[in-house]
Ligand binder design. Structure first.
Ligand SMILES: [Zn+2]
Length: 333
């Protein structure tokens, strides 16, 4: 028998993967509250040494989309007959969370599965079982940090090939993909995993006291409460503050917040001690048409600051051209 120290403190590593279906008749007939209906849950439970201890697999009978979208069929090789023998989502997800145990970390390939799991749970009024915001580990991101430049987003099969993990099974089925993801995770050392968690903001903060502040190794992240519109949000002092990620002091603004495309604001500030600081605010809209922001703050080089300045110039030029065009039109009328 093995002797386990600190057993109570260890969190299970739950590596999971979902397959989902979507409207076979395109976006128009898609259910807005559930554009992707989960049809399969596969998961692997790992211990502290990243050894596989157990697996979980359920097929779910679809209720929102009664036919399988052609591209889903091609990728997953699911037949409708197979799915019709599945269990209701409510039962599958409750069994899944029970199987996960009281304490666990979620791992998945990419950032979509954690969100879709919550959206499906909300649809069936089960979101209380998984209180947010959900902290998890995105193995696709961890792979990028450990083996490539940080920003790369690779397919699971690419990572499997690169790490020379033997390929015995199909891709794009939930349990197989969870197992492959677990194999990739085993190649990443804990010191490259633990500081690089991700936060899913599908269940976004509702009030000031729920707002989120996280310091990552190379940047700070802040998730605001909700606002009724963008203007109110961009006038909030906390949303627009730019504190140096190293010392926490207010960095002096060099380039005011500007809207780059419809979703992202940028700014550049300077900390007297630590240099240039980039601010980025991503505007998010909830299903209830409320706005909130995800802000990241990081130190940057002169070159990167120049790139942001050029972005702003491009926005300004575009706006001027638009004005000119409108004036021309008016004159022609
Ligand atoms: Zn500083």
């Amino acid at each position: 028998m093995g002797v386990w120290k600190d057993t109570e403190e260890f969190m299970n590593y739950i590596v999971f993967d979902l397959e989902w279906n979507q409207s076979p008749y395109g976006k128009k007939q898609s259910n807005k509250k559930l554009p992707f209906e989960i049809i399969e849950i596969g998961a692997v439970k790992m211990n502290e040494k990243k050894e596989i201890e157990d697996t979980f697999h359920r097929i779910i009978k679809p209720r929102v989309y009664k036919w399988i979208h052609e591209c889903i069929r091609e990728v997953t090789h699911f037949s409708y007959k197979e799915l019709s023998k599945g269990m209701p989502f409510e039962q599958a997800v409750q069994e899944f969370l029970e199987w996960c145990g009281p304490e666990f970390y979620f791992f998945s390939w990419g950032d979509q599965d954690v969100m879709e799991l919550q959206r499906n749970m909300k649809y069936y009024h089960l979101l209380d079982l998984l209180p947010g915001p959900v902290i998890y580990y995105d193995v696709q991101k961890l792979f990028g940090i450990r083996f490539e430049n940080r920003k790369s987003r690779r397919a699971l099969e690419y990572a499997v090939d690169m790490l020379m993990i033997p390929k015995r099974k199909h891709f794009h089925r939930a349990l197989e993909d969870a197992e492959y993801t677990a194999e990739v995770l085993r190649c990443i050392e804990s010191e490259n995993i633990l500081p690089n968690s991700s936060i899913d903001v599908y269940q976004n903060p509702k009030s000031r006291k729920d707002e989120i502040f996280i310091a990552y190794p190379t940047y700070d992240k802040y998730v605001s409460r909700e606002f009724e519109d963008r203007e109110h949000m961009m006038h909030d002092r906390e949303v627009t503050s730019t504190r140096c990620p190293v010392c926490g002091k207010n960095a002096r603004r060099k380039l005011r917040w500007f809207l780059h495309n419809s979703k992202n604001y940028y700014s550049v500030s300077v900390c007297q001690e630590h240099g240039l600081v980039k601010g980025k605010i991503r505007v998010k809209k909830t299903e209830e048409e409320q706005y909130f922001s995800v802000k990241t703050i990081k130190l940057i080089t002169e070159e990167e600051a120049l790139e942001i300045r050029e972005k702003r110039e491009a926005v300004r030029r575009k706006r001027q051209e638009k004005k000119k065009d409108e004036a021309k039109k008016r004159n022609a009328e």
